[in-house]
Design a protein around this ligand. Structure first.
Ligand SMILES: [Zn+2]
Length: 361
């Protein structure tokens, strides 16, 4: 039923269009055209997200399928290479299967629905911008009225659904000491780099428990070897499946900064920002039943898992639409070794078509 040649062609077309975060214009144009040709009502919002509606003829739960248009870097001038069942990049860029495989599969699903006149309830399609920049596009979406959502944006065997994702906070700390000539009067300075080293030595970083992780990812400071540095900027993040734990650990990090800087005579400006909140769909029996039935009907295993990463599904869930993340077949994403199997893309498309068919059962 799925036309694998058309699916691959769509995917190749998409990855060849540069769309690093913030530069989704060309791919958006391409998608608007395809969606219009397919007969959907297509609209854009100010942020550049695409909304399209397929008006179904039967009743049943209404659903949304979503994927993001942007890619991480290096994503310019991608040259896809097909070898047998595998598609990869030529090695010096990502492939962009994250998340163009999701988009190609959604489009192929729509082609098949039209071609085979498959009856289904109404379907909303959303393609977002700047997902890789902290879900910036999805956060600007208008409220949508649907019963369930499916975000095509994870790896793993087809049939894998993400039902739990973490709350994510990022933080920024500026440690302020006092500069002085390092050769003549170092005792008059307060070395911000040394103060930070004491903070980091006393912070719990990495895996905190089975639900919680923390990271310091950026450190910037100092200007010359003969100057006692007076400023260091540190950026990091904390994630947890538990909203309480994420707050608790963030507080721990903040108080360690305060305590250690104070001991050393430095000051600290600490700012934290909530990027997105967790979801847990283990109680959404109807939604999970649809996923399970879809898996069974195409002969793949239904697997429910939790993730340490965020996606647009965090935003949809927050807005009250129970939304799972499903595998597109993408693998080794965010690296130049990224690849995808054509057979997995076909299977993922069969899976979402099965979801559509199960809606009216
Ligand atoms: Zn993605």
């Amino acid at each position: 039923m799925v036309n694998s040649k058309r699916l691959v062609n769509t995917f190749i077309d998409l990855v060849k269009i540069d769309s690093e975060s913030g530069n989704e214009k060309k791919v958006r144009k391409y998608l608007q055209n395809v969606l219009c040709e397919l007969g959907l009502d297509v609209a854009l919002d100010k942020k550049g997200n695409i909304y399209a509606i397929y008006h179904g003829k039967v009743t049943g739960p209404s659903v949304l399928f979503s994927a993001h248009m942007d890619t991480v870097i290096p994503g310019k001038g991608i040259v896809p290479v097909i070898k047998g069942d595998r598609i990869s990049s030529s090695g010096d860029t990502i492939l962009g299967g994250d998340d163009k495989s999701g988009i190609a599969e959604i489009l192929e699903m729509l082609f098949v629905i039209k071609e085979k006149e498959i009856s289904s309830p109404s379907i909303v399609i959303i393609f977002t911008v700047e997902e890789e920049q902290g879900l910036k596009g999805a956060k600007e979406l208008q409220q949508i009225q649907v019963d369930y959502g499916f975000v095509l944006d994870t790896s793993g065997d087809i049939g894998t659904v993400v039902i739990k994702a973490p709350t994510h906070y990022s933080f920024k700390a500026e440690v302020i000491g006092k500069s002085a000539h390092a050769g003549i009067e170092p005792e008059k300075g307060v070395n911000a780099i040394v103060a930070v080293s004491k903070v980091i030595a006393n912070c719990k970083i990495g895996r905190i428990d089975d639900e919680t992780v923390a990271n310091i990812g950026i450190i910037e400071g100092g200007s010359a070897t003969n100057i006692v540095p007076d400023r260091v900027l540190i950026k990091g993040e904390v994630r947890s499946l538990s909203k309480q734990k994420v707050k608790k650990h963030l507080e721990d990090i903040k108080s360690t900064f305060k305590k250690e800087c104070q001991k050393y005579g430095a000051k600290v400006d600490f700012e934290a920002k909530k990027d997105y909140i967790s979801f847990d769909l283990s109680g959404e029996k109807e939604l999970l039943k649809i996923c399970k039935k879809a898996s069974q009907s195409i002969g793949v295993k239904h697997v429910e898992k939790s993730t340490g990463g965020g996606s647009d599904a965090n935003v949809f869930n927050k807005s009250g639409i129970p939304t799972v993340v499903i595998s597109t077949g993408m693998s080794k994403v965010h690296t130049c070794d990224e690849e995808i199997k054509i057979s997995d893309m076909v299977k993922a498309t069969e899976y979402i078509l099965a979801i559509v068919k199960k809606l009216k059962d």
